[in-house]
Design a protein around this ligand. Structure first.
Ligand SMILES: [Zn+2]
Length: 270
């Protein structure tokens, strides 16, 4: 696999043809998360001396392409491969702006519900699993493995590593803005429009496999004495055989789910 350091693809012949020019980029919505760390402004000027794809110009400002849903160059909605070869005004919108823009040309999809999370997002992965979502997570996974799983299984990549998100093979992905797992979960549910797909307690928090109903008699030998007495309903993971029941830990998880759902229901809660 080639290095992750750059996705830029300048063309040699353009160096002869094109005089230096300036591109002015304005980043809308939550994309200022990426830009402001560099400039304290939503507007960035780039001086170019060769034809460059609009995708490369945007990423040179620190904004990974999976975060960009609409690009408008001099009033025209374009794709990532659009070439900038002269002075231009570029407006860049994230998926957050979807619904407010009158354009057919969206560069992201919003209906992905399967993910692979990088090794730093363990709590986010488990919280998404708690809500029923299919999230591959392995704390030891390296970048190569993450990208392989993402591509082979058509998953969206969740990572706070912007360089990784900029890799050319990444089609769909998201960089959680918050460092808090509950807020990250809310961000992901909103970004990928998952609210109506939430199905709590259907997936194993440990291994991501689906849970299945199991009768108490089938697992009674695996239960602690007090659990045997106080609980009647159980579920078992089809993958790792972990048994789940409505104990005190369950109450804490239920409270977490309720809190997330309440916050999701409040549209102005950012
Ligand atoms: Zn399991």
């Amino acid at each position: 696999m080639r290095p992750l350091s750059s996705t830029r693809t300048p063309t040699c012949e353009s160096q002869i043809d094109v005089k230096p020019f300036t591109v002015r980029l304005r980043f809308h919505g939550d994309l200022d998360f990426f830009v402001r760390s560099k400039t304290r402004s939503r507007i960035v000027e780039r001086s170019l001396s060769e034809k460059t794809s609009v995708k490369d110009v945007i990423e040179s400002c620190g904004v990974p392409h999976p975060e960009v849903d609409v690009v408008v160059v001099d009033g025209q909605s374009v794709g990532f491969d659009h070439t900038v070869a002269a002075e231009a005004e570029v407006e860049i919108f994230s998926a957050e702006n979807r619904g407010t823009l009158n354009t057919e040309k969206h560069l992201q999809v919003s209906d992905i519900s399967r993910f692979v999370a990088d090794g730093h997002l363990g709590t986010l992965a488990r919280t998404l699993r708690l809500l029923g979502f299919d999230v591959v997570y392995d704390q030891r996974a390296d970048d190569r493995h993450l990208l392989e799983v993402m591509a082979r299984q058509s998953r969206a990549l969740l990572t706070r590593d912007r360089r990784l998100l900029m890799h050319t093979v990444v089609q769909h992905g998201y960089c959680p803005r918050s460092q808090n797992a509950e807020e990250q979960t809310i961000e992901v549910v909103r970004r990928f429009n998952l609210l109506n797909l939430i199905a709590p307690f259907t997936r194993c928090l440990r291994c991501n496999a689906l849970l299945e109903d199991v009768t108490k008699s089938d697992i009674i030998d695996d239960l602690e004495p007090l659990t045997k007495i106080h609980y009647q309903q159980f579920r078992r993971c089809a993958g790792c055989s972990q048994i789940y029941w409505g104990g005190s830990h369950f109450q804490k998880l239920q409270k977490r789910i309720t809190n997330i759902q309440l916050r999701l229901a409040r549209k102005d809660d950012n």
